[in-house]
Structures are given as structure tokens and as C-alpha cells.
Design a protein around this ligand. Structure first.
Ligand code: PRP
Ligand code: URA
Length: 207
């Protein structure tokens, strides 16, 4: 599995805001949105282009647009805070939804929503979830996408744990990972250390 950790001074500063326990919900949402923009830029670095002629006020020249805008799939709740920034950068993108809540005692994913196009065989897919911890939620999402024929999947996460990265690599599913950091690991509650806490609660408040 291809994994890219995005190194950029602005990404480092935004990640610090997200990590800081003093950051309130609105500021957390703003920093997550801005960092998502940087991660999406990187995810699209090698995206194929459709080239066409465009007329400037002065002359004709070559223009370009994405040949295949990806389907954006935020994993609810926490991924919701990433979808607006991604959709602003890729206005032609369609959006699907997956809802998963991790069981706090077993740490297993509990799916509760699936709203996706039936056929994904010709469509790149960007999965948006700030946290990759055990990898269970992402793996479940990838299985839903692969079952619909997706073969070109990018997981865009803010913080990844080595355990989650290994789980995705071991899954054999067709995915690459773009992340702002790979942290030390998981604690006994399967929270990422140092991480940023509960990404859903920090955006929207406790359930
Ligand atoms: C968080 C996060 C991921 C998942 C990661 O969601 O947004 O979806 O945990 O953990 P995993 O890699 O061990 O599966 P959570 O289940 O807390 O739900 P929420 O987004 O509704 O807060
Ligand atoms: N989910 C989160 O929101 N944070 C973690 O650290 C692990 C799972």
C-alpha cells in the first residue's frame, strides 16, 4: 500500500491547532477544513487531466481539468468536517456517505448508514475520515467500496496510527493513504497517542 505523509509548514501548524486540547469546537472545525484542503491538494498531485483549448481575453491556450473527479465519501460523523473543503476544491465531485460508530468497549466498527452509487468501477474514490486508529472503520468502508467495483481508492486521514496503517496494508484492498502524520500508536482505549482526542466530539460536541 502506498502511504504519503504530507510535509508542509501550514499542515504542521494546522495539525498543532487540532492536537491542542484548548482548541474549541468552532476553531477545530476551521482547522480541520483548512488542513483537509492541503491533504486533498496532495491527493490530486498526479491526477490525470483532460486538456482542451480555452480562450483568454488575449489568445487561445491550452486549459485543463480533472479527467475523472473522485467520489467523495466522508465517514460520519467526523468525516463530515472534511467534505466541504474537498468539494470546494473539486466542484464536480459527487458525494456518497458512510456512517460508522466505533463500539467504545470492543473498538469494533458499528455501521449505521450506507449511501453510495451502485457502480464505482470507473470512479476514483476519496474516503474522508480524520482518524485511522485500529483501521476497523476504514477497512469496513473500503470493503463497501470494493464490493461496488472500486479499484482506485484514496483514504485521506489527518492522524493515522501504525496499527491502522498495518491493518489497511494487510487487507489487500486497493487503497493508498494520504495523512498529515503517523503517530506513536494506540492506548488501551484504542485512542491514537498523542492524537487529537475524539475527532467527532471535538467538532460537534459529545454524543
Ligand atoms: C472515529 C473516527 C473513525 C474511527 C477510527 O469515529 O472518525 O471513523 O473512530 O477508529 P478505528 O480506526 O479504530 O475504526 P467514531 O467511531 O468515534 O465516530 P464519530 O465519527 O461519530 O465520532
Ligand atoms: N477515533 C477518534 O476520534 N480518535 C482516536 O484517537 C481514535 C478513534
Amino acid at each position: 500500500m502506498r502511504t504519503e505523509t504530507v510535509e508542509h509548514p501550514l499542515a504542521a501548524a494546522l495539525l498543532t491547532t487540532l492536537r491542542d486540547a484548548r482548541t474549541d469546537n468552532p476553531s477545530f472545525r476551521t482547522a480541520l477544513r483548512d488542513l483537509t484542503g492541503i491533504l486533498v491538494y496532495e491527493a490530486l498531485r498526479d491526477a490525470p487531466l483532460h486538456r482542451f483549448e480555452v480562450r483568454t481575453p488575449v489568445a487561445n491556450t491550452e486549459g485543463a481539468r480533472l479527467a475523472a473527479p473522485p467520489l467523495l465519501v466522508p465517514v460520519l460523523r467526523a468525516g463530515l468536517g472534511m467534505v466541504e473543503a474537498a468539494a470546494e476544491l473539486i466542484p464536480d465531485a459527487r458525494v456518497g456517505f458512510v456512517g460508522i460508530a466505533r463500539d467504545e468497549s470492543t473498538h469494533q466498527p458499528v455501521p449505521y448508514l450506507e449511501s453510495l452509487p451502485a457502480d464505482l468501477s470507473d470512479m476514483p474514490v476519496f474516503v474522508l475520515d480524520p482518524m485511522l486508529a485500529t483501521g476497523g472503520s476504514m477497512r469496513h468502508t473500503l470493503e463497501l467500496l470494493a464490493a461496488r467495483g472500486a479499484t482506485d481508492i484514496t483514504a485521506i486521514c489527518v492522524v493515522a496510527a501504525p496499527e491502522g496503517v498495518a491493518a489497511l496494508a494487510d487487507s489487500g484492498l486497493p487503497v493508498r493513504l494520504i495523512t498529515a502524520t503517523i503517530d506513536q500508536g494506540l492506548n488501551a482505549d484504542a485512542y491514537i497517542v498523542p492524537g487529537l482526542g475524539d475527532a467527532g466530539d471535538r467538532q460537534f460536541g459529545p454524543r
